[in-house]
Design a protein around this ligand. Structure first.
Ligand code: ASP
Ligand code: MG
Length: 438
């Protein structure tokens, strides 16, 4: 009897494709599993490419010279293709010949150049998506060729609305598209596709929010009813803290969907917050494993109960604390709150924490100068508004007295809040150098 291979989704983030050696390592992992599984491989932009594209876009949008930044991005990808021997005969100045049908490295750079050259004032978010999405397109063309795998453009399949930079998925259409277009491809071997991007019905590119490639992996797994999703990372699994910020992190061997959603919500950079729900709905386990040590156990996120977890420490950087006071010293009322919430939603400033007192209402949000300015414009006439920037929001989930003492030591707390499971506070970002591992 023929054995039907199981369908798995793998996701490789920017760090796992940051240089040629990393791409070769990815190839080893894929080859090891491609026999017993049908693999759909979701890949993010290489290394820090998305940040580079954001900077490029900002320069171009502001009418400044971006030629050096564009040349650097091009060189990075061309060097990568060359180091991977994708076009051994390419002369040193040429873009290596890496193609899939009409799509090629050279063509992608032409298109990116055209987009940057034709930006129009305004419509920041829409144009951002048309530019920043190139990171994933470039990465997947290179990775697919290096693996001798199929290249899939996911933009016509993952249908979103027009919420630029955070496209909202049309699930029924996406599921139909993905099943019809992707299932027949598995018989020809592994498939490589882009994380982070989708497309509107009218064919414009959207992005799903920074770090959204995890979410892409979950969308494909949901639609294909995959057996599991594996996110390959540079850490040993899901940890209780970011090792770049906190000393001595511990790995959770098993953790529930619920706990993971909450950690992601509070800003743990482990997994994109939208990833879990589609997987939980279809009971698809999410494995977090190390691409440095692929045989190690990692973390299994899924249904079911587990031991009480060690406290989780989460820091969100670049926060802004905004306080609204009614001008006539009246109490903050439901009517006032309705106005404030309305404008926060409209300018798309997300509330990470909020607190109200008699005459003032405070929110902690991610800082964006552009969005904050829009908010001030609309609300300044009705409220006295104070804000502080350069703040950090700390969350301890499953806290105890020791963990609170450890994190708050030596810090001035601007705002503090405690529920049964979580302790949160906002404090000033410490000057560089004083910010040792906590
Ligand atoms: N490349 C995108 C980003 O850096 C998406 C991702 O990495 O998941 O935000
Ligand atoms: Mg990334």
């Amino acid at each position: 009897m023929q054995h039907t291979p199981v369908l798995k989704v793998y996701k490789f983030g920017g760090a796992s494709v940051k240089d040629a050696g990393s791409v070769r390592n990815l190839g080893r992992i894929v080859r090891e599993h491609a026999q017993e599984s049908q693999l759909l491989i979701v890949v993010s932009a290489m290394g820090k490419t998305t940040n580079a594209l954001e900077e490029l876009f900002q320069l171009a949008h502001a009418g400044q010279d971006y030629s050096t930044a564009l040349a650097a991005l091009k060189k990075f990808h061309c060097d990568m293709a060359r180091e991977l021997n994708l076009d051994a005969d390419a002369p040193p100045e040429a873009v290596p010949h890496v193609t899939f049908g009409d799509v090629s490295l050279a063509r992608l750079f032409e298109q990116l150049g055209d987009r940057l050259a034709t930006l129009v004032p305004g419509e920041f978010d829409r144009q951002y998506d048309q530019v920043v999405s190139f990171g994933e397109l470039l990465a997947t063309v290179i990775v697919a060729r290096a693996l001798a795998a199929q290249w899939l453009d996911c933009r016509p399949l993952l249908r979103t609305d027009h919420t630029w930079r955070e496209g909202r998925l049309d699930w029924p259409t996406t599921e139909r598209n993905v099943r019809a277009e992707v299932l027949p491809l598995f018989s020809q071997g592994p498939i490589v596709t882009q994380g982070f991007v989708g497309g509107t019905a009218s064919g414009q590119t959207t992005t799903l929010g920074r770090e959204g490639s995890d979410y892409t992996a979950a969308i494909f797994a949901y639609c294909l009813q995959a057996e599991s999703v594996t996110i390959w990372k540079d850490v040993a699994g899901l940890l209780n803290a970011d090792p770049k910020v906190f000393a001595d992190p511990v790995r959770y061997p098993r953790i529930s969907y619920q706990e993971t959603i909450e950690m992601a919500y509070y800003g743990a950079s482990v997994i994109h917050p939208k990833t879990i729900k589609p997987l939980a709905v279809r009971h698809i386990p999410l494995l977090v494993k190390s691409f440095v040590d692929p045989a190690a156990e990692g973390t299994r996120i899924g249904d079911g109960r587990h031991e009480p977890l060690a406290p989780a420490f989460i820091r969100k950087d670049n926060q802004c604390l905004i306080s609204f006071e009614s001008k006539d010293l009246t109490f903050i009322s439901e009517e006032n709150l309705e106005v404030i919430f309305g404008v926060l939603a409209q300018v798309r400033l997300k509330i990470n924490l909020m607190q109200n007192s008699a005459i003032s209402f405070s929110v902690c949000t991610d800082f964006s100068a552009y969005r904050l300015e829009k908010l001030l414009d609309q609300l300044r006439s009705q409220f006295t508004i104070h804000y502080n920037t350069d703040l950090e929001l700390y969350t301890i989930k499953n806290y105890d007295a020791t963990s609170i003492a450890r994190l708050t030591r030596g810090r001035r707390l601007l705002l503090e809040q405690r529920t049964r499971q979580t302790f949160q506070f906002v404090s000033q970002t410490l000057p560089a150098g004083q910010d040792a591992l906590l």
